[in-house]
Design a protein around this ligand. Sequence first.
Ligand code: ZN
Length: 137
Amino acid sequence: MDAFQVGTKAQAQAVDITRQVDSHVSAAAIEEGAVLVYCPHTTAGIYNNEGHDPDVARDVMAHLEKLVPRDGPYRHMEGNSAAHIRSILTGNGVLVPVSGGRIALGTWQRIFLAEFDGPRTRNVQLHYLSGGGNRVG
Ligand code: ZN
């Protein structure tokens, strides 16, 4: 397993972590396969979506806030149930293909860490799945 940390700066924030993931994949020398980008937290998430226009990430976070308001009829005493629920909606990991030693994203795709209960330091784990040598026939 490989890992790195991300410091978030707001209560709710989408942080583009594509560059960090790609540089770790390059250093790991995985030629073909996939990397599971996993966030071991219950109030943050990981998702893969458009990163070219930063307004998309802002819209995603604003809509999640609208869907799951911070203040609601929640029972959880810690007061961050909205962050737990939003984390379930994004999921806490994405599997990204690796080809030629680099992550193989679509043209507009970027990998984001979604902070829902910041600011704080988050851990991102990278689990490599090597696909080398798998040939059909
Ligand atoms: Zn909690």
